[in-house]
Design a protein around this ligand. Structure first.
Ligand SMILES: Cc1cc2nc3c(=O)[nH]c(=O)nc-3n(C[C@H](O)[C@H](O)[C@H](O)COP(=O)(O)O)c2cc1C
Length: 370
């Protein structure tokens, strides 16, 4: 047991922290029909985790997904449930930070508190919980729940998280009477290893989601604006200022990116064009964008196409396309924006990450980013 700052890798000294994104789902982050994309098999997901462990990545963030997005790939349709995935990965690794993503409406907070505690013990304090409120109606329907109005989802998430924190920290029994949950004589033992409690993340992008993250979570996310990085820099600084001044809290701020590396810049760009424009599953991307509720009606056709292309490329992350030196420059640039870390993915997840480990990661170390 100990101060989480001393046991969770998220608090280590690496200048740019790194993670993987969606390594538990078919397709990973790339909506394409090329060969070599990730399959939802245990050996595949474990291989990615082992590489991440060797490089001491701070965050393996799985995606909570219960249904795919159709198209010829049924993108993300097959995949592993996040908490049980995290327990297995925790037992199979030694150094990396491990996350689980949990949809609030799918799990009672008493169950979630106990499961997180168990994984915290298995991982020796390397665990973090990503809270999502849900936006895919077809998924929430399967649980016999109704997707609530957007802001109400966060009101419910707040009660849910309050109960988790009480269970994690209170020695004596307690009653909780909320709008959404009632807990009679709540109690939990053992407590998590991390003190005061395991790290909590929320990647909400709306005003309500950002406020929830700033007030109640430890890790938040900002999407990099590919057209205007100065705007991203300002948004990150403003998020930190808001958390510090309005909520009296320090936030870790991360983003997500995808890597397309080639021997030359042209080869990397050609491959990017190939898997996105020639072999992309545009139907699945359209379904994804519409399900997320993107306001497509106010976009020009060009902007909408660019948005879908970026989802096909790597779940809407920041594209890092080029030689290994250019990838290192891109990651240095992300660090310079004020980010604590970034999640990564590769279109051919396993082959791409292996190449990153052998060719690119040593250069990141030389650059002082790791
Ligand atoms: C890094 C990252 C991870 C996310 N993981 C999931 C996930 O696993 N499942 C999910 O349904 N939504 C996921 N989301 C969506 C967010 O939780 C959130 O709903 C979305 O950013 C919209 O923001 P809002 O809820 O504030 O409107 C993720 C977003 C990001 C940036």
């Amino acid at each position: 047991m100990g101060d989480r700052r001393e046991i969770n890798p998220l608090y280590n000294q690496h200048r740019l922290k790194l993670g993987t994104f969606s390594s538990n789902l078919s397709g990973g982050c790339a909506i394409t029909t090329i060969d070599g994309v990730l399959q939802a098999t245990w050996p595949d997901t474990l291989e990615l985790a082992r590489m991440a462990d060797e490089m001491e990545f701070e965050a393996l963030v799985p995606v909570g997904r219960w249904k795919g997005f159709g198209g010829v790939t049924n993108f993300n349709g097959a995949g592993f449930e996040c908490l049980t995935w995290a327990a297995g990965i925790a037992a199979s690794t030694k150094r990396c930070g491990i996350f689980s993503t949990t949809h609030v409406p799918t799990i009672h907070p008493v169950m979630a508190a106990k499961q997180v505690t168990t994984i915290d013990h298995i991982s020796n304090g390397r665990f973090a919980l990503n809270i999502v409120t849900g936006w895919y109606t077809g998924e929430i329907d399967m649980f016999g729940e109704t997707l609530m109005d957007h802001d109400q989802r966060y009101d419910r998430a707040l009660e849910w998280l309050e109960i988790l924190k009480l269970l994690w920290t209170r020695e004596e029994e307690f009653d909780y009477v909320g709008r959404f949950y009632q807990v009679r004589k709540g109690w939990l033992a053992p407590k998590p290893l991390q003190k005061p409690h395991p790290v909590v993340m929320c990647a909400g992008g709306s005003g309500k989601g950002r406020d929830f993250a700033a007030r109640h979570c430890d890790v938040a996310f900002v999407a990099c604006n590919t057209e205007d990085l100065d705007e991203t820099r300002a948004r990150i600084a403003d998020y930190r200022r808001y958390a510090r001044e309005e909520c009296g809290r320090e936030l870790m701020i991360w983003s997500n990116a995808y890597i397309v590396q080639g021997p030359t810049e042209k080869e990397a760009r050609d491959f990017h064009h190939y898997y996105v424009y020639e072999r992309g599953d545009w139907e699945a991307a359209t379904n994804l964008v519409e399900t997320m509720g993107a306001r497509t009606e106010i976009m020009t056709p060009e902007i909408l196409r660019a948005m879908k292309a970026n989802f096909i490329g790597g779940w809407g992350g920041y594209p890092l396309v080029g030689t290994r030196d250019q990838i290192v420059d891109g990651l240095r640039m992300m660090s310079g924006l004020g980010l604590d870390g970034t999640l990564l993915s590769w279109p051919r997840y396993i082959a791409g990450m292996r190449e990153f480990q052998t060719e690119t990661f040593p250069l990141l170390k030389q650059a002082g980013l790791r």
